[in-house]
Design a protein around this ligand. Structure first.
Ligand code: URP
Ligand code: ZN
Ligand code: ZN
Length: 463
């Protein structure tokens, strides 16, 4: 009898970013130990029969906002509730954004985020740092933060008055972080343009939430991305654009071959369209107030094609939920609506049902944007994001035939509406493993405790 625990997943169809094969997986303790067809000589080995199921690597959601402080409130999912919901959707690692307030150092920001997360997380987790002040102290902190605290990516804002930094500051951060394997990510919307439209609308008393998409037009995104293309070309360094929303933005990113723009989009920009903003009930509109806004329908096909062509590398959720009570704060005034939507639970079923089954992407491409690419780009691979010997045994057992309907009545996120309410999807997680342990069993029962999730100290970003 061995002291280590052995578990075999038999007869599943393993899908990776490049392969698809019916095979068995041996898990020893928390790692994948063997892949192939074999019989175990270990009588104590547990066996899970995965006949008829697809096995994906556990998802890496590279863009979440748990307990994000916004305008005196917090996004409604805590690290506990949000990561529990993430697990139900097959995501086993999140990368959350620790947002620097302008009064604090980067290390103080990180301390605050660890305090919120440690001991409460169900998935494994890592952190990006959003940098809102670029000065000598910020620069001096970068090396230690990347090498000793395992945070190798940094978000910058080109929009939002209280957070945006200049193009020169973005370039400085790119140069300084790249010395230690860091990567700069950007919220790419032209803040000056947006502020001037907002000012003009406020002066004309056009402050209903229905003005949100008018305040933040596609040209604000494409302007910002064009500026980033120039910065990337000039600095000869890569830059990562979060939550790309439009075909025009995509085209701008691909405009110059000397620039290296890494693109992320989100399910909301692949599925939802701006007709949601036409509703006469402002609360209905506020459910979909996020930045950038959702766009006209014709953008969807270009973004799906961007994934299929390999131009868009990551699909993350930008999960940032607010309850209807919180969304009511901006019922009559767009400046008061907390921005963001829930989604951390639905990324896989949307990619599978709306992407793969509708012929937009292949299963290998699904795995690329769902898990392998974000793991690689953000320094988690090969520990995360793959089904290979030696990797953490983070696995999703997925039934490709189960039909169900997305609804706030059945989701696990701590928010009382769903952005995808009533969407019929095919395919559902029927078991999720995190580091070799069954986290959600085939009956949908949660089998791990709050705090089972570990912080993952990341290595250099790879682009
Ligand atoms: O509206 C959004 N996306 N809220 C979350 C913060 C951000 O800009 O990503
Ligand atoms: Zn953003
Ligand atoms: Zn975000």
């Amino acid at each position: 009898m061995s002291s280590s625990s052995h578990l075999i997943i038999k007869n599943g169809t393993v899908i990776t970013s490049s392969h698809q094969k019916k095979t068995d997986i041996l898990i020893v303790d928390d790692k994948i130990a063997k892949i192939g067809n074999f019989t175990s000589d270990d009588d104590d080995a547990g066996i899970i029969d995965a006949s008829g199921l697809l096995i994906f690597p556990g998802g890496v959601d590279a863009h979440t906002h748990m307990e994000l402080p916004v305008m005196g409130i917090h996004s409604s999912d805590t690290f506990a509730t949000g990561t529990k919901a993430a697990l139900y959707g097959g995501t086993t690692t999140i990368i959350d954004f620790a947002n620097q307030s302008r009064m604090e150092s980067l290390n103080q920001t990180l301390d605050k985020w660890f305090l919120k997360a440690e001991g409460h997380v169900y998935t494994d987790y890592a952190l990006h740092l959003s940098v809102t002040v670029v000065n000598h102290q910020t620069i001096a902190e970068l090396e230690g933060i990347i090498k000793h605290r395992g945070v190798s990516s940094f978000k910058t804002f080109m929009a939002y008055k209280t957070m945006m930094i200049t193009d020169d500051e973005i370039a400085t951060l790119m140069r300084e972080t790249s010395k230690y394997g860091g990567l700069v990510t950007v919220h790419a919307e032209d803040g000056e343009l947006i502020e001037s439209i907002i000012e003009n609308n406020i002066s004309q008393k056009n402050i209903a939430p229905q003005f949100h998409p008018i305040n933040r037009p596609i040209v604000a995104e494409s302007n910002a991305i064009s500026r980033l293309v120039n910065i990337s070309e000039r600095e000869n360094l890569p830059i990562y654009v979060v939550h790309l929303s439009s075909a025009e933005g995509l085209n701008c990113a691909l405009n110059k071959s000397n620039a290296k723009i890494i693109l992320e989009t989100c399910p909301q920009y692949l599925l939802l369209d701006d007709s949601k903003y036409l509703h006469t009930d402002p609360l209905e509109v506020n459910k979909f107030v996020m930045s950038p806004p959702i766009r006209p329908l014709q953008n969807h096909q270009h973004l799906w094609k961007g994934i299929a062509d390999g131009h868009i590398k990551v699909v993350a959720t930008d999960h940032c939920p607010f309850t209807l009570e919180q969304k009511k704060l901006g019922l009559n005034d767009f400046t008061k609506v907390p921005n963001g939507i829930p989604g951390v639970e639905h990324r896989l079923e949307i990619l599978f049902s709306e992407g793969y089954l509708k012929g937009q992407i292949t299963l290998n491409q699904l795995v690329q944007v769902w898990s392998t690419n974000p793991a690689r780009i953000f320094g988690l691979h090969p520990r995360k994001g793959d089904i290979v010997v030696g990797a953490d045994a983070d696995l999703v057992l997925f039934d490709p035939n189960i039909k169900h309907t997305i609804s706030s009545k059945t989701h696990h996120m701590n928010v009382d509406y769903s952005a995808y309410e009533g969407l019929d999807v095919v395919g559902k997680c029927q078991g999720v493993m995190l580091r070799g342990k069954v986290a959600i069993d085939c009956d949908g029962v949660l089998k791990i405790n709050e705090g089972y999730g570990h912080y993952i100290h990341r290595g250099a970003c790879v682009v």
